[in-house]
Design a protein around this ligand. Structure first.
Ligand SMILES: Cc1cc2nc3c(=O)[nH]c(=O)nc-3n(C[C@H](O)[C@H](O)[C@H](O)COP(=O)(O)OP(=O)(O)OC[C@H]3O[C@@H](n4cnc5c(N)ncnc54)[C@H](O)[C@@H]3O)c2cc1C
Length: 447
């Protein structure tokens, strides 16, 4: 019974949330048990503002853990949910942190002097620097696209702003604790600072070092329909990465993993063959446009596998429905080829939206899978040829209703497509009676 509970994903997921709440509220508990100056009268608003600052800073320090791609945490929720949580909690932390000085200034206007950067004590200067870094962090993240900041420089700046905001924030908390002689608060903030620093070392040095030990070599780069390139990697000197079909990995190509310039791609090949890992990469930007020129023998590094978008988590379902749009076919192809290798006999339906018939990526491979699986493929074309008698336009509720089983709750649904299509399909599936727990999505636009 106990071991069943320990393995139950809901219990594991709830435990991580519990651990998160305990960590962010811990500094507040210390504040309750060890009030700053028992003899001195401190106003409610002062205490309240300090409490908000404490929680906000602890939440910011926890962002390092949320984005460190810790496999166990990631396996409970999936990377999109974690990043969504990261985004929302950053905004909440931001408001807590901003409210901390604002309440302080209103409660005791004399404290406004602390904004005089030249004369203020260093702990107040640290707070100003941390807050400015936090403002830049939030503005450049929420409005990255509107500000026309390309992804790579944004990611580098994001890391730098985050380190400055948290390091100076912790410096401020530690400085105030020492100044007021608050021993336990000093201890707790030192502990949080050490943990955040360790996570930084883990992400920047330890993880890349492990990746360096397990290199891959590019075997081939083969063009596919729809401006997609099939990149085949072979492990060099090790057995390759074990993964579940539909999962993804972060790829570093041609450069050292310490450079931290990596891109996420779904694995498109069979989970039964970790000795040959394939990716289908659509040319859309700086990095993906270079794939066609990558030479066989080029070194590559993988960080993974990640993701919960996999049929392997739903062994007991009666069948699967896959809904892909364009390059969203890659994780679905991995699931289909793996099911074929495992001689799976369950009914499978693939609804696959593409622009034109010539653009249908992996068209021939998918057709060939029909011989090995109980697979129905419905192609939906936005610009069909004149003699096309199949489905056209967009994947909507009416189209889905024509194909999905009469008892939708008997299937698990996997959607990977452009954000608009995913949202529309998700709503339509729920309206048609597919339970929320049976609908799974993989988002390609993390940021
Ligand atoms: C879980 C997941 C699986 C994916 N699987 C595939 C796949 O199988 N095939 C495929 O073609 N594409 C896949 N993508 C999308 C792919 O990662 C981006 O298209 C690629 O990183 C774009 O890089 P670029 O420099 O060519 O384009 P850019 O023009 O620089 O970027 C285009 C957009 O891609 C995103 N992006 C860029 N660089 C990164 C990065 N390093 N990390 C995260 N996002 C980035 C940003 O939203 C950016 O706005 C996947 C994305 C995710 C999150």
């Amino acid at each position: 019974m106990r071991s069943l509970l320990i393995k139950n994903p809901v219990v594991i997921g709830a435990s991580w949330i519990g651990a998160y709440l305990v960590i962010i509220l811990f500094p507040l508990l210390i504040l309750l048990f060890y009030p700053p100056t028992p003899n001195e009268q401190r106003s409610f608003w002062l205490e309240f503002s300090v409490a908000l600052g404490f929680i906000g800073l602890a939440m910011m320090a926890m962002q390092f853990a949320l984005t460190a791609r810790i496999n166990r945490v990631e396996a409970s929720y999936g990377i999109d949910l974690i990043l969504q949580f990261h985004r929302y909690t950053s905004i909440v932390a931001f408001f807590f942190i901003i409210a901390h000085p604002v309440i302080l200034f209103i409660d005791n206007p004399q404290t406004l002097q602390l904004l005089n950067f030249l004369q203020a004590p260093w702990r107040a200067r640290a707070a100003v620097i941390a807050t400015l870094a936090l403002v830049l962090l939030i503005v450049t993240s929420i409005w990255r696209k509107q500000l026309n900041i390309p992804y790579e420089p944004w990611r580098t700046a994001h890391g730098i702003f985050a380190v400055i905001a948290v390091a100076f924030g912790l410096g401020h908390a530690l400085g105030v604790s020492n100044y007021l002689g608050l021993f336990w608060k000093g201890v707790i903030w030192t502990g949080i600072a050490v943990a955040a620093f360790w996570l930084l070392i883990y992400v920047r040095l330890i993880k890349p070092w492990f990746m360096l030990k397990k290199p891959y070599l590019v075997e081939t780069v083969v063009p596919q329909r729809g401006d997609v390139w099939n990149l085949v990697l072979r492990p060099r000197g090790h057995e390759g990465m074990r993964f579940q079909p539909g999962q993804f990995a972060w790829i570093t190509l041609q450069i050292s993993p310490f450079r931290m310039r990596e891109h996420p791609f779904s694995i498109a090949s069979s989970a039964e063959h970790p000795e040959s890992i394939e990716f289908g990469i659509k040319a859309v930007g700086d990095f993906t446009n270079t794939i066609k020129d990558v030479k066989p023998g080029t070194k590559a590094y993988l960080d993974g596998p990640y993701g919960v978008f996999t049929t392997d988590r739903y062994e007991n379902t009666a069948g699967f429905v896959f809904i892909a749009g364009g390059i969203g076919i890659t994780p679905i192809l991995s699931m289909l080829v793996t099911l074929a290798e495992r001689n799976d006999e369950r009914p499978l339906l693939l609804i696959y939206a593409s622009k034109t018939w010539e653009d249908v990526t992996y068209r021939e491979q998918l057709e060939a899978l029909k011989d090995k699986l109980d697979l129905t493929i419905v192609h939906v074309l936005r610009k069909p040829p004149e003699d096309w008698s199949g489905e056209t336009g967009y994947v909507d509720k009416e189209l889905l209703q024509r194909y999905i089983p009469k008892r939708p709750a008997t299937r698990n649904y996997f959607i990977c497509a452009a954000p608009k299509m995913m949202d529309a399909v998700e709503v339509a599936l729920h309206e048609l009676g597919a339970p929320v727990t049976n609908v799974h999505m993989e988002h390609y636009n993390l940021v």
